[in-house]
Design a protein around this ligand. Structure first.
Ligand SMILES: *Cc1c(COP(=O)(O)O)cnc(C)c1O
Length: 381
């Protein structure tokens, strides 16, 4: 198989550098601002809030840290319950447990694959009557698709339950003229290597509430009280983003719109190239927002296509192409066994029939050919 090793690997969603990162990074190094404070952190925060349409932004060292802080400043604590979709990455849920709270998992709707607003309404009404409202609802915008925010926000407001948006996968999406993440009490983003823009690792918390942003900033720097010496009256974390990485983030942010266009173009190419194959469909684009297509996700009907998604995945892997199943629902994870949940059949079906195709913003026509040739070859009429 020596020849095969010469074929370059196609990754699911690799980092895509713009080119000017090196220059700004050198500038940051030479200025000696090599700390989790500095001019690039401040500039990245203001440019980011401008881009998504929030009043405040706090740059952090991961999306997970951002969600942890968002939950904490919202008041989530030990013994509380937090509603979260079952179909998501584990990082949407772990911070709930960091705080000693418990997740309650809610199924997805078919139209968007995101949190089912009917189930949410039903459970919030029922819990309000029983006096058992959750401390927060975490909405996730999966694979770049905004959840049904209108309905989710309305029912959360009706019951006075704070809504937090996990927009880690949806930077660059648009809803009602703004970015997702800006519609609840707080929103979070990730700049991990596989996200639409990256700082290698990093995250952002956004909010329109000045006090909340200030609280998050303080907690992210060991909760130091104002005093010339080191004075601490509450538990904090070391969660700030490095000034070096903020420099990378600033360059990446400038090309965000191009990156969204490239990902959407990948999606359209896949859709056109695979249109004639039976039993394949894609994550639908809900009518209320622009989907970034951070990842292009397929659904496979085995009877019609003639093969299961796992057969496609292993055939791609044999050609040195990375693809992944859709997120495994949290209610099926050993870590979260026994947690309360509402429904689950839809997200289980999406998991069993779903596959995420290579979706990087630097994919070439030749790459797309390689991927779709394998998918076509697996198809059995
Ligand atoms: C990537 C991701 C996160 C976590 O972000 P990190 O920066 O990797 O900590 C959270 N939620 C979702 C949905 C994600 O995809």
């Amino acid at each position: 198989m020596a020849a095969r090793e010469l074929v370059p690997r196609i990754y699911l969603s690799p980092p895509h550098m713009e080119g000017e990162e090196t220059e700004l990074l050198r500038n940051a190094l030479e200025s000696n601002w090599v700390a989790p404070v500095g001019p690039h952190v401040d500039a990245f925060e203001s440019e980011f809030s401008e881009s998504v349409g929030s009043r405040h932004a706090v740059a952090l060292n991961s999306g997970t840290a951002a969600l942890h802080l968002a939950l904490r400043v919202t008041g989530v604590g030990a013994g509380d319950q937090v509603i979260v979709p079952s179909l998501t990455f584990v990082a949407s849920v772990n911070p709930i447990r960091y705080l000693g709270a418990e997740p309650v998992f809610v199924d997805s709707e078919r139209a968007s694959w995101n949190l089912d607003p009917d189930l949410l309404e039903e459970t919030l009404h029922r819990r309000a009557r029983a006096g058992r409202l959750p401390a927060a609802v975490v909405v996730v915008h999966l694979y770049g698709q905004v959840a049904d925010l209108e309905r989710i926000r309305t029912v959360c407001e009706e019951h006075g339950v704070p809504m937090i948006e996990d927009a880690a996968e949806a930077l660059g999406a648009r809803y009602d003229g703004r970015g997702p993440g800006t519609f609840g009490r707080a929103g979070i983003f990730s700049f991990n290597g596989n996200k639409i823009i990256t700082t290698s690792g990093g995250g952002m918390l956004v909010t329109n509430d000045e006090q909340l942003a200030g609280r998050a900033r303080k907690l992210a720097t060991q909760a130091r009280d104002p005093a010339p010496h080191y004075e601490h009256s509450e538990l904090g974390y070391n969660y700030r983003l490095s000034n070096l990485l903020a420099a990378v983030g600033r360059v990446q942010l400038r090309v965000l719109d191009e990156r969204v266009r490239a990902r959407r173009a990948n999606f359209r190419s896949y859709q056109e190239r695979l249109a004639d194959l039976p039993g394949l469909s894609f994550q639908p684009e809900a009518p209320w927002a622009t989907h970034t297509r951070w990842l292009t996700c397929l659904l496979v009907k085995r009877d019609e296509f003639g093969a299961a998604p796992e057969e496609i995945r292993s055939a791609l892997e044999a050609e040195n192409i990375e693809s992944r199943p859709v997120w495994k629902p949290m209610h099926l994870q050993p870590l979260y066994r026994g947690c309360e949940r509402l429904g689950g059949k839809v997200c289980e079906d999406l998991f069993h029939r779903g596959l995420c195709l290579p979706s990087g913003s630097a994919l070439t026509t030749a790459d797309l050919d390689r991927v779709t040739d394998v998918v076509r070859a697996v198809h059995r009429p």
